[in-house]
Design a protein around this ligand. Structure first.
Ligand SMILES: Nc1ncnc2c1ncn2[C@@H]1O[C@H](COP(=O)(O)OP(=O)(O)OP(=O)(O)O)[C@@H](O)[C@H]1O
Length: 255
């Protein structure tokens, strides 16, 4: 179980402030969706939270320990990060790509310990990849590759999972499936942080939402409190309505 906290985080890139005095806490066992318009700073926020971008000011801590002070390998074992639109350059089989998610856990030399094969099989099953397991990863569709990357990110049972747009390119069934998997991981105690443009999916799966605009946190808190007409209209500069019916809630933009 892991708690992630950002305090007073400002990040300047190319002479511009892309994150501005961000204070956020991501508790263990909660799934947080980061939403906001293009260029708002969502990916940057995720990169900082993952320890891949160092803040210009402020700090990021895991269970009270600054990320900067954690040994890289121990951080890699505990958190998984999946960037937006990851690419695979080599034609290695899908199951090998998934196995790469175990790299921080493996001894430096020797074959994959037998016990880990079961984990890889389970990840392939979770993301509906069994039929593709021997297919070179360079020969997959965008949605198939997105599922492979989700399997790779989760195969090592991370305590902290940070994913940028996990459902981009997935068809509705696989997107709902991926959302359910991420939800289940949070329910098991994982801290899950997801940047998402699909607000209906955010309404369905998030405990909490962070709304980012112009590098600042516009609103943060429980999903149903944050995803309302006023916040969404301001966030996207477009009139928005959240419609509730017997099937749940959905966002409609009126422009
Ligand atoms: N390496 C960089 N140097 C300078 N500015 C950058 C760099 N990377 C990103 N930015 C800028 O930082 C801002 C935030 O970018 P970021 O990728 O975090 O946005 P985002 O909310 O994830 O957008 P999107 O929804 O389009 O993916 C943007 O204005 C972007 O142009």
């Amino acid at each position: 179980m892991i708690d992630l906290a950002l305090e007073g985080v400002t990040l300047r890139r190319g002479g511009r402030t892309v994150l501005d005095r961000v204070d956020l806490r991501f508790p263990a066992g909660r799934l947080t969706c980061v939403i906001g318009p293009n260029g708002a700073g969502k990916s940057t926020l995720l990169g900082v939270a993952a320890g891949l971008l160092a803040p210009s000011e402020g700090s990021v801590a895991l269970d009270g320990t600054p990320l900067a002070g954690l040994p890289r390998r121990s951080l890699a074992r505990r958190r998984a990060f999946l960037p937006q639109s990851p690419a695979v350059e080599w034609g290695i089989p899908v199951e090998r790509v998934v196995a790469l998610g175990l790299t921080p856990h493996l001894p430096a030399f020797g074959a994959l310990p037998a016990a880990w094969q079961a984990r890889i099989d389970a990840a392939l099953t979770r993301y509906d990849l069994h039929q593709l397991r021997r297919r070179p990863a360079t020969q997959l569709s965008g949605g198939e590759l997105a599922r492979v990357m989700l399997a790779r990110a989760t195969v090592g049972d991370p305590e902290l999972l940070i994913i940028d747009e996990p459902t981009a390119g997935l068809d509705p069934r696989h997107a709902l499936d991926a959302a359910a998997r991420l939800r289940a991981l949070a329910d098991e105690g994982c801290t899950v942080l997801v940047a998402l443009h699909d607000l209906d999916l955010a309404l369905r799966m998030a405990d909490d939402v962070v709304a980012v605009k112009g590098g600042r946190v516009l609103a943060a808190g429980p999903a149903l409190a944050i995803l309302d007409d006023a916040v969404l209209s301001e966030l996207y500069d477009t009139p928005a309505r959240v419609i509730h019916d017997k099937h749940g809630a959905a966002v409609r933009f009126l422009a």
